[in-house]
Design a protein around this ligand. Structure first.
Ligand code: C2E
Ligand code: CA
Ligand code: CA
Length: 760
C-alpha cells in the first residue's frame, strides 16, 4: 500500500538527489504560484465567499512554503537540511492542494457566475497538472492532490453545474486526476530507476578508478582526440608529472612533451607523432619506446577502446631489454673459445663491406684436429681450440678473429695488400703450429689458410666467403705451402667443375651413358677372351667429359650405383649375345664394393642377360681398396665364391702393398700401361716391368698387360711371360656395334704380331 502511495523507498543519498532537483523548479513555482494564488483570491472576492477566501489564503501560504523550500534547495543545502526541505515541500504542496480543492468546492457550491467557475476550474486543473509534473513524480502528492483537488472539483462540477455538462466535466476531472496519479507513479519509477542505475555506474567507476590507481602498471585513458581523461599514479610517477585537472584534460603528446623524466618520447619524436596520428585515424593500435632520463626504457602501447577513446599502457622494459641484449651477445659468441661465432663474423664482414673498407679475409682450417679429438678426447680438443683461438686473436694488432665452427676459424685484417695478407697467413700458421702441452698430452696441429681480399674478391659477404673458401680448398689440395690466395682462375675452375658436375648428374639421371668395349687378347691362342666395359659419357653440346671425370663426379655425388647399373645392364646382354664365349670385365669403384646389396644386384643382372657369374670379372684398384678394405672384403669374397673373378687394376701405377695383394681374394693382375710406356727403350724401366710380372707369376695370378700401344711393348710383355694383353696396338675401346670388327682386327693383329716375331 505504501509502495503504491509513495513508490519504492529510495536510499538516503538518492532521496537527497531527488530533493536536490527541487532547486530547478524554484523559478516556475515563484512565478506561477503567486499568479495562481492571487487569481484564486480575486475569484473568491468576486464570488463573495469567505470560505473561498480562506482557502485561497491557504493556497498562497502553501505556495510560499514550496517556493521557499525550492529556493533553499537551489541555494545549496546539506543532506540533513535536504530531508527537512523535502518535508517542507511535501507539506507545502499538500496545503496548496487543500487550499485549491477547498476553494473550488466553495466557489462551485455557490453557483457563481460561470466565467469565475471556469477560470477557477482551469487554475485548479493547471496546478494539479503542474504539481504532478514539477513535484517530480512524488506519488504521495499525486494521491493527495487527487483527494483534495480532483475529488471536490469533480463532485462539485457534477453537483452544481447544469446537467449533463456537470456530470461529464466531473467524470473528465476524475479521469484526468487518475491519469495524473498514474503518470506520477510512472515518472517516479523511471526517475528512481535512473538514479539507481547512475549510482551503480558511479560505484563501478569508483571501483575501476581505485583499481587503476593501485595498478603497478602505468595506465592512461585518452579520449578520441588523445586527451588524457584518466592517468594513474604509477604513470604520474613514471613520467614525473603532476595529477591532471579532469575539467581541462591535457593532450597526451603535450603531457609527454612536458614530462620532466622523459628525454624523448620516441627515437624520432616528429616521425612518431606523424605515425601515431595516422594510426589513430585508422583506429589501429600503436606503440613507441620512450627513454627516461635515468636510462630506463619504457614501452608504450596505445590500444583503441571499442566505442571511443584509447587506453595507453606504459611498461618499464629496461630489464627485459638488457636480457635481450645479453642474449644477443651470447648467441654471437662461441661458448668454448669466447670468440665471435659465425653469425657475429658474418655481421662484422657485412658491416666492413658496407662501409667500403679494404681488408683481407683469412679462412683457417686446422689439420689433424679430428685426430686430437679421437686420441685425447673432446675436453682436450676444446682446450686446443681455445688456445688456437687465443693465438689467432693475439697474433697481430687489430685482428678480428672468429670461430666459424668445428676446426674452422676466420680472421679479418685491415688492408687489402696480397703480400701482407700472405705474410700474416704464414705467421698465423706458425703460431698454430707451436706444440702445446695439455696435462700429459703434447698436441700439435697444422693449418691451411685461404685468403680473399675485399673488395676485389667480393663485395658482399657471401661472395667474399666463397672466394676465401675456394682459396682454402686449393690451399689444402696443394701439398707444402698451406696458403693460397684467391684468383679468378680458381673461380673459373670451380665454375667449370660445377658445370661438369651438373651435366654429369643430368646425364646419369637420364641414363645418357654409353659403354665402350675393349678386347683382351690371349696371345697364346690369338683369340679375344674378354671385353672390358668402359663407361662413355654421351656427348651433349658442351665440352667433352672424360670417363675419369665422369667417375669422379659419380663418386663424389653418390651416383656410382646409377653408373654401375647403367654399364652392367648394357654390357651384360651385349657380351652374352656375342655368339661366342666371352668374358666381361667390369670396372668397380670402392663405393660399388661397399654397397650392401651389390652381390644380389649383380647376380640379378647376369641372370637376366643369361651370363654365368664365372664369365664376369671385377677390376678394382688398389688405391681404392687402401681406404676401405674391410668394408669391401665381404662383397668381394661373396662374389668370388659365386665364381666371379677379381682383377687388380692399374697395378704398379700407385702405391702397392704386397701384403695386401696376398690378403685380397684376387685372381688376376692388370699391370698398368704406365710401367710399359717407353720401357722397351729403357732397360731399367723394362726391368721394373719384369719385376712386376714376376711378382704376379710368383703369386700364381693371371697377368694382363694393359695399355699396350706398340709391337715393342707387346714383345716386352710376352718376353716377361705375359700372354694376355690389351691396348691400342690391338684395339681401342669401341661401341657395341663395332665389337665384332674390333675383335677380328685385334685377333688379326695378335696373330700378325706373333707371326712377325716367329719370322724374325
Ligand atoms: P682403366 O680401368 O685403367 O681403363 C683403361 C683406360 O685406358 C681406358 O680409359 C682406356 O680407354 C685406356 N686405354 C686402353 N688402351 C690404351 C692404350 O693402349 N694406351 C692408353 N694410353 N690408354 C689406353 P678410359 O676409358 O678413359 O677410362 C678411364 C678410367 O675410368 C678407367 O681406367 C677406369 O678407372 C675408369 N672407368 C671407366 N669406366 C668405368 C666404369 O664403368 N666404372 C668405374 N668405376 N670406373 C670406370
Ligand atoms: Ca680397368
Ligand atoms: Ca687399368
Amino acid at each position: 500500500m505504501t509502495v503504491l502511495l509513495i513508490g519504492p523507498a529510495l536510499p538516503p543519498n538518492l532521496q537527497a538527489e531527488l530533493t536536490r532537483d527541487l532547486g530547478n523548479y524554484f523559478l516556475s513555482f515563484a512565478l506561477a504560484g503567486p499568479v495562481a494564488a492571487f487569481t484564486c483570491i480575486a475569484i473568491a472576492v468576486a464570488a463573495k465567499s469567505l470560505a473561498a477566501l480562506f482557502f485561497a489564503g491557504l493556497a498562497l501560504a502553501g505556495f510560499l512554503f514550496v517556493i521557499f523550500a525550492c529556493r533553499a534547495v537551489r541555494d545549496g543545502a546539506d543532506e540533513e537540511q535536504l530531508e527537512e526541505l523535502e518535508a517542507r515541500y511535501v507539506l507545502g504542496t499538500i496545503i496548496i492542494s487543500i487550499g485549491l480543492g477547498g476553494i473550488v468546492a466553495s466557489v462551485l457550491a455557490r453557483n457563481e457566475p460561470f466565467l469565475a467557475e471556469a477560470v477557477l476550474a482551469m487554475v485548479a486543473l493547471a496546478t494539479l497538472g503542474a504539481a504532478n509534473g514539477t513535484g517530480p513524480g512524488r506519488p504521495l502528492l499525486a494521491v493527495v492532490q487527487f483527494i483534495t483537488i480532483s475529488l471536490p472539483l469533480g463532485i462539485s462540477l457534477a453537483l452544481f453545474w447544469p446537467l449533463p455538462w456537470g456530470v461529464a466535466a466531473g467524470c473528465g476531472v476524475f479521469v484526468y486526476g487518475t491519469l495524473c496519479v498514474a503518470m506520477a507513479h510512472r515518472a517516479y519509477a523511471a526517475r528512481t530507476e535512473l538514479l539507481v542505475t547512475r549510482e551503480a555506474q558511479g560505484a563501478e567507476r569508483r571501483r575501476l578508478d581505485a583499481a587503476l590507481q593501485h595498478l603497478g602498471q602505468a595506465v592512461a585513458i585518452l579520449d578520441n582526440d588523445l586527451r588524457v581523461l584518466v592517468i594513474n599514479g604509477t604513470a604520474l610517477t613514471m613520467l614525473g608529472v603532476e595529477p591532471i585537472d579532469p575539467r581541462n584534460p591535457p593532450a597526451f603528446s603535450e603531457l609527454l612533451a612536458k614530462a620532466p623524466n622523459l628525454q624523448k618520447a620516441a627515437t624520432d619524436r616528429e616521425e612518431f607523432l606523424g605515425h601515431a596520428a595516422m594510426l589513430v585515424a585508422a583506429r589501429q593500435p600503436f606503440n613507441a619506446v620512450m627513454h627516461l632520463n635515468d636510462d630506463r626504457m619504457i614501452d608504450m602501447e596505445c590500444h583503441p577502446i571499442p566505442g571511443s577513446g584509447w587506453v595507453s599502457v606504459m611498461r618499464d622494459s629496461t630489464g627485459e631489454r638488457h636480457a635481450i641484449a645479453e642474449l644477443n651477445r651470447e648467441i654471437r659468441r662461441c661458448p668454448i673459445t669466447g670468440l665471435p661465432n659465425r653469425r657475429a663474423f658474418v655481421e662484422a664482414l657485412d658491416q666492413r663491406l658496407a662501409r667500403g673498407d679494404r681488408f683481407s679475409l683469412l679462412l683457417v682450417d686446422l689439420d689433424g684436429f679430428k685426430q686430437v679429438n679421437d686420441r685425447h678426447g673432446h675436453a682436450i680438443g676444446d682446450r686446443v681450440i681455445t688456445r688456437i683461438g687465443f693465438r689467432l686473436r693475439t697474433a697481430d694488432q687489430g685482428l678480428f678473429a672468429a670461430r666459424l665452427g668445428g676446426d674452422e676459424f676466420a680472421v679479418l685484417a685491415d688492408g687489402d695488400d696480397a703480400a701482407g695478407a700472405h705474410r700474416l697467413a704464414r705467421r698465423l700458421i706458425d703460431t698454430i703450429d707451436q706444440p702445446a702441452l695439455f696435462g700429459e698430452a703434447e698436441v700439435q696441429v697444422g693449418a691451411a689458410i685461404g685468403i680473399a681480399l675485399a673488395p676485389e674478391d667480393g663485395t658482399i659477404g657471401e661472395e667474399l666467403l666463397r672466394s676465401a673458401d675456394l682459396a682454402l680448398l686449393a690451399a689444402k689440395a696443394q701439398p707444402g705451402s698451406h696458403i693460397c690466395l684467391f684468383t679468378t682462375e680458381l673461380k673459373q675452375k670451380s665454375a667449370r667443375v660445377a658445370g661438369v658436375e651438373s651435366r654429369v648428374r643430368s646425364a646419369l639421371r637420364a641414363g645418357a651413358i654409353d659403354v665402350a668395349y675393349q678386347p683382351l687378347i690371349d696371345l697364346n691362342t690369338g683369340r679375344a677372351i674378354a671385353l672390358e666395359a668402359l663407361a662413355r659419357w654421351r656427348p651433349d653440346s658442351g665440352e667433352a667429359i672424360s670417363p675419369d671425370e665422369l667417375v669422379a663426379v659419380a663418386e663424389a655425388r653418390g651416383l656410382v650405383g646409377k653408373l654401375r647399373r647403367l654399364v652392367l645392364s648394357q654390357a651384360a646382354p651385349v657380351v652374352a649375345g656375342l655368339g661366342r664365349p666371352m668374358n666381361l670385365w667390369l670396372n668397380a669403384s670402392v663405393l660399388d664394393l661397399r654397397q650392401p646389396g651389390l652381390v644380389d644386384e649383380v647376380m640379378t643382372e647376369l641372370n637376366r642377360a643369361g651370363l654365368p657369374p664365372s664369365r664376369l670379372a671385377l677390376e678394382v684398384t688398389e688405391t681404392a681398396l687402401m681406404t676401405d678394405e674391410s668394408a669391401c672384403l665381404a662383397n668381394l669374397e661373396q662374389l668370388v665364391s659365386l665364381g666371379v673373378g677379381v682383377a687388380m687394376d692399374d697395378f704398379g701405377a700407385g702405391f702397392s702393398s704386397l701384403e695386401r695383394l696376398r690378403r685380397l681374394p684376387i685372381n688376376a693382375l692388370k699391370i698398368s700401361g704406365s710401367l710399359l710406356a717407353g720401357a722397351p727403350d729403357q732397360p731399367a724401366a723394362a726391368d721394373i716391368f719384369r719385376v712386376a710380372a714376376n711378382l704376379g707369376h710368383s703369386m700364381g695370378l693371371m697377368l694382363v698387360a694393359e695399355g699396350v700401344e706398340s709391337q715393342a711393348e707387346l714383345d716386352l710383355a710376352r718376353s716377361a711371360g705375359i700372354h694376355r694383353v690389351q691396348g691400342f696396338a690391338l684395339s681401342p675401346p669401341v661401341a657395341a656395334e663395332r665389337i665384332a670388327d674390333a675383335i677380328a682386327s685385334a685377333e688379326a693383329a695378335a696373330r700378325a704380331g706373333l707371326r712377325l716375331r716367329a719370322a724374325s
